[in-house]
Design a protein around this ligand. Structure first.
Ligand code: SAM
Length: 368
């Protein structure tokens, strides 16, 4: 649609949708009632989203997910476990039931609902919810965060993980553990969507505690593997490889990927959940460092949540837009923008690759 036509259409549509008379008519007419109720419910979800998130947070923090993992639990026992009065526990459970986290059973017993059961198999989400306490503290005054230009409580806590390139062992422990716990959300999507077996030596840059390299080692036996991260983080990865009996298979290198250089001799480099953490200038420097470390014909595989993901647009500019603002640097980028950056850094043949779950992972593959 031409811009002028589109603007005219949007103006007319918005005038109609904003009219209380139209809203009353749409809610009463049998023709439009279903759509009107759906739209009203979606609008209410937008209004109440924070309360739903806090219900989930209270449910997890009270330890109810684990307590109910094995099957139905009486209300009294749940109240006991959560150290809450019985009436307060019932209130929390009734709220959780509307979100499909739990279901009531006869005899004042409760069992996990569909969403609750799905959480059991997804500890990464549980970890994410736990650290949302920091993000939501920053979002209590979103305009102040925007005016400040970012870098809230969340960024202060995880400051080493930003562009600073620093971090001692104690500082990196909490953040690295969160990253490792949420890594399965992403690792399998990336490994399912690209043929890593075609490579001889793969380096995972910004590899954190080595969760991606470990998953790659388990699923793709052929290539030699290595990871690179800040020295204190690489040391944690090395310890993990040793305890997993994988120290022979995966090498750990410490250093700074912005100031470089990166280890040479790998025909494939992976960059998992890294680029979106960085503003454009350091992100481009990182891509140039990777380009310099790869041989001609070498491959860069980028996997991270991307803006404009099909069917998951809110995850991009709404969720990660704010999340990265609170972290203090970076932004979610659409695949097309990452492809353009890779080309600026010297790569050719950059293309986007689809994954089964764009909500957690978009992919771009570029050739040197
Ligand atoms: C968002 S985490 C992603 C970790 C891992 N790739 C994953 O998906 O779980 C970002 C990682 O980049 C590392 N990092 C940040 N700045 C760095 C730098 N300048 N040099 C090397 N690593 C850095 C952090 O230590 C952290 O492990």
């Amino acid at each position: 649609m031409k811009d002028g036509w589109r603007e005219g259409f949007i103006a007319r549509r918005n005038r109609v949708l904003a009219s209380p008379r139209f809203q009353r008519f749409a809610a009463r007419s049998w023709l439009t009632r279903r759509v009107a109720r759906g739209k009203a419910s979606a609008l209410f979800d937008l209004v109440a989203g924070f309360v739903y998130s806090q219900t989930l947070s209270a449910f997890l923090e009270a330890g109810m997910l684990d307590r109910m993992a094995a099957g139905p639990v009486p209300l009294d026992a749940l109240a006991d476990h959560a150290s809450l009065p019985v009436e307060a526990t019932a209130r929390l459970l009734r709220a959780a039931a509307t979100l499909d986290l739990v279901e009531p059973l006869a005899g004042d017993r409760w069992v996990l609902g569909g969403a609750g059961a799905a959480l059991l198999g997804n500890r990464g989400i549980v970890e994410m919810v736990a650290h949302h306490r920091l993000l939501y503290a920053d979002l209590a005054d979103p305009l102040a965060l925007l005016r400040k230009g970012g870098g809230g409580t969340l960024g202060g806590y995880w400051h080493y993980a930003g562009a600073s390139g620093e971090g001692d062992a104690a500082e990196v422990a909490g953040y690295s553990a969160l990253m490792a716990a949420s890594q399965p959300l992403v690792a399998d999507q990336v490994i399912d969507s690209y043929r890593f077996a075609a490579h001889r030596r793969i380096l995972d840059v910004g590899g954190g505690e080595g969760a991606f390299a470990l998953q790659l080692a388990r699923r793709v036996p052929e290539p030699a593997l290595a990871m690179f991260d800040l020295p204190a983080v690489a040391a944690r990865a090395e310890a993990r490889f040793e305890s997993a009996g994988m120290a022979d298979r995966i090498a750990a290198h410490g250093g700074d990927f912005i100031t470089g250089p990166l280890p040479q001799g790998h025909d494939c480099i992976t960059l998992i959940r890294i680029l979106h953490d960085h503003d454009d200038a350091p992100a481009l420097r990182l891509l140039r460092n990777i380009h310099a470390a790869l041989p001609p014909g070498g491959t860069l595989v980028i996997g991270e949540p991307m803006a404009d993901a099909p069917g998951a647009k809110r995850m991009g500019d709404a969720y990660f837009g704010w999340y990265l603002l609170a972290m203090g640097s970076g932004r979610p980028r659409p695949a097309a923008e990452i492809i353009a950056m890779a080309k600026t850094a010297g790569f050719s043949g950059a293309r986007s690759v689809s994954t089964a779950l764009p909500l957690t992972t978009g992919m771009v593959v570029a050739r040197r």
